[in-house]
Design a protein around this ligand. Sequence first.
Ligand code: NAP
Ligand code: ZN
Ligand code: ZN
Length: 350
Amino acid sequence: MQTKAFAAQSATTPLALTTIDRREPGAADVAIEILYCGVCHSDLHTARGEWGGVRFPSVPGHEIVGRVTRVGSDVSKFKAGDIVGVGCMVDSCRTCASCNEGLEQYCRGPHGFQGTYNGWVDGSGENTYGGYSAAVVVDQGFVLKISHAEADLAAVAPLLCAGITTWSPLRHWNAGPGKKVGVVGIGGLGHMGVKLARALGAHVVAFTTSASKVQAALDLGAHEVVISRNADEMAAHVNSFDFILNTVAVSHDLDAFTNLLKRDGTMTLVGAPSSPHPSPSVMGLIFGRKSIAGSLIGGIAETQEMLDFCAKHGITSDIEMIAMQDIENAYERMLKSDVKYRFVIDMATL
Ligand code: NAP
Ligand code: ZN
Ligand code: ZN
């Protein structure tokens, strides 16, 4: 099926209109008309080749909300007209230990999980194309049910990556009542981290480099906000956090935050900068039995759990809607931390 899409033809050319081929839906497939697609910093890292290993043309976008147009003969969970979501994965091996535990993002099959975009398998000649497009065809096992109101759908799209990427570590490290939780970087991921940690019952402290975001972070649900460039404000929180979720997309000094963990505390990195962080102080970790960890998106079952939790608690993303043609401008603004808090593409503009 010929499908309109916006693609980068190389790491140095701006995204532009093109046509891609989508497969005819097979027996287990769901064909989806894309209504909205969020703009993740990972889209920018990929389109500009910052992580390497990109196959061009590249069609980014893994925060997809759309309407089902057709389903294959084996599909029972979805029917034409349903509103559904697709996140960062469209397939995995389904047989390894991680897949069996519902943690498809850590698939240890021969190719790992298949990304919604740039999910090419070496030697196969095939690539996957993401949500900056009119339609997508996805196996039913990787399609999510959306139960939010129609009016909220654009603001639901970022839950499919920013939401689950913060939900999964918050749950894994037991953010909840009685826990002091920090969220570093109040961008697309971070603002969802604040909302979700608050909804889970934790005491939430937002760390930002942007003085202009202080009031906004409180409005998102933070109990306290710290300007991370202010040493005095940072010092007031030394040895006090159970858990810190770090979403910053650039290399930076991790000690500034591990110093704020209490004994046995963990800082989990979800930001994936293209250049490494300076080595953290090992002594700082040793003398407090502290951990630095990482976390990758979330499994399909926990993504559904997060979507259902958000629908129940009235949680969506704070978004700025853009036309597809404004994507390069949106990327530039994202690089300046100038987005409150997620761009979402209205796919009708494609
Ligand atoms: P984003 O919207 O650009 O947010 C990043 C935030 O980091 C900015 O808004 C800013 O917040 C802060 N920041 C920017 N420059 C900084 C600097 N020089 N020093 C300190 N803080 C700075 O990006 P995003 O979409 O949330 O993605 C964040 C990162 O997570 C990206 O690297 C992305 O690829 C990665 N990611 C990882 C996963 C995963 O599974 N682990 C999933 C999705 C995305 P303030 O203005 O508040 O300082
Ligand atoms: Zn993402
Ligand atoms: Zn697997």
